[in-house]
Design a protein around this ligand. Structure first.
Ligand code: NAD
Length: 358
């Protein structure tokens, strides 16, 4: 029996998680789901955004289904007590180094993209971002008085970009294995022409590729990748890159689909234990109104089945059910357009359940 930690969080978190749990339950899988407070809800319950009991539950589970955290009422708290710290705490405690951000453009929603429909119709890209290294975590970092450079004696700040061979190898393996379950193509994004760290990245990814002769690898500079994502996004299958480039490119790619309420994500560790969450936040502006789009969370549950529970068949079933409800013309307000039918959060979840039962 697989154990799932269900962490609804704040704002629309509980509403959208309810719908994902509803969908998982109808599949009748051998899952044991246990819920715990996190984020602002964790702070209210026990004075910390990631209460000990919640962290323990997460550690003891095969996967975590996470809603969203945050609310402006916590903005005045000290930084370590803010809701968003719960995500950083979970990433660190579980060693979640591989971030999966798919960008899929559903046929019925092509008009929501800022690009021409023919450029995005049928788009299905998976961006894999290394999540625990790079310039975001490299030491040393800080502020000091410059002793050299263009302005010796001036105040300056600095960070350190660094990657070790094992860090690059493990994210490369994740990318090649993911590509095997897709179209079998990996694009490694770097800045090898300027940065030593990314020449090394390129060399190590090239070494790892030798173990995957069935997968095609190409390399692209990050500036070109940013351009190609808006020029010809369908050329990509799996894109793998470092923490900083991945941060930027995954947001760019996700916006190609035009709708934040549709985008799932996953963060995995070496044991395939994962945290699955929608790419959006807690949307306090619409919380409690029953109008949030639950599809990103439902699709995150599908990713959980695929990547942590090795159940691609049921993941496919959920994804097809989502396509089915879109084809029926059902839309939450964020994706509504003329000629479609506006529904609320629960009605959308119910429709996915019905599509699964067909
Ligand atoms: P947000 O993603 O919560 O909302 C941005 C806009 O998108 C809002 O207008 C919101 O109504 C809309 N939106 C988001 N999800 C939606 C959905 N499922 N259905 C319909 N509309 C949706 O980002 P924000 O407003 O910048 O941040 C709000 C709070 O969320 C902040 O406290 C922020 O720190 C937090 N946040 C949390 C996470 C997370 O939990 N992983 C991620 C980003 C932001």
């Amino acid at each position: 029996m697989a154990k799932i930690a269900v962490l609804p969080g704040d704002g629309i978190g509980p509403e959208i998680i309810d719908e994902a749990v509803k969908v998982l339950k109808v599949l009748n899988l051998p899952l044991e789901m246990a819920s715990a407070p996190v984020g602002g809800a964790g702070y209210e319950a026990s004075g910390h955004p990631l209460p000990d009991a919640t962290l323990q539950l997460a550690k003891d589970s095969d996967a975590i289904l996470f809603g969203a955290v945050g609310d402006w009422k916590y903005d005045t708290l000290d930084r370590p007590l803010r809701p968003e710290q719960a995500i950083l705490g979970l990433r660190k405690a579980l060693g979640l180094f591989a971030n999966f951000r798919p960008a899929i453009c559903y046929e019925q929603l092509t008009h929501a993209s800022s690009l021409k429909p023919e450029l995005v119709a049928g788009l299905d890209i998976l961006i894999i971002r290394e999540l625990t290294g790079d310039i975001y975590f490299g030491q040393p970092r800080g502020r000091r008085v410059a002793t050299d450079g263009h302005f010796p004696g001036a105040e300056e700040a600095f960070d350190t970009m660094r990657y070790s061979r094992p860090e690059i190898e493990r994210i490369a393996h994740v990318a090649f294995q993911a590509a095997r379950k897709r179209q079998g193509r990996v694009t490694s994004v770097d800045k090898a022409n300027v940065l030593e760290t990314f020449q090394f990245w390129k060399d190590v990814v090239t070494d790892v590729a030798k173990e995957y002769p069935d997968v095609t690898l190409d390399h692209m500079y990050v500036d070109n990748a940013a351009m190609q994502l808006v020029k010809e996004p369908k050329r990509f299958d799996v894109v793998v890159t470092g923490n900083m480039f991945g941060d930027i490119l995954s947001d760019e790619a996700s916006m190609l689909t035009g709708s934040i309420g549709m985008l799932p994500s996953a963060s995995l560790n070496t044991k395939n234990q994962g945290l699955y969450e929608p790419s959006h936040g807690s949307a306090p502006d619409i919380a409690g109104k029953g109008i949030a789009n639950p599809l990103a969370t439902i699709l995150s549950a599908a990713m959980m089945l695929r990547y942590s529970l090795n159940d691609a068949a049921n993941a496919d079933r959920i994804e097809s059910a989502v396509k089915d409800v879109l084809a029926q013309g059902l839309r939450t307000p964020d994706i509504y357009s003329d000629g479609t039918r506006k529904v609320g959060t629960a009605e959308m979840g119910d429709a996915v359940v019905q599509a699964l039962q067909k």
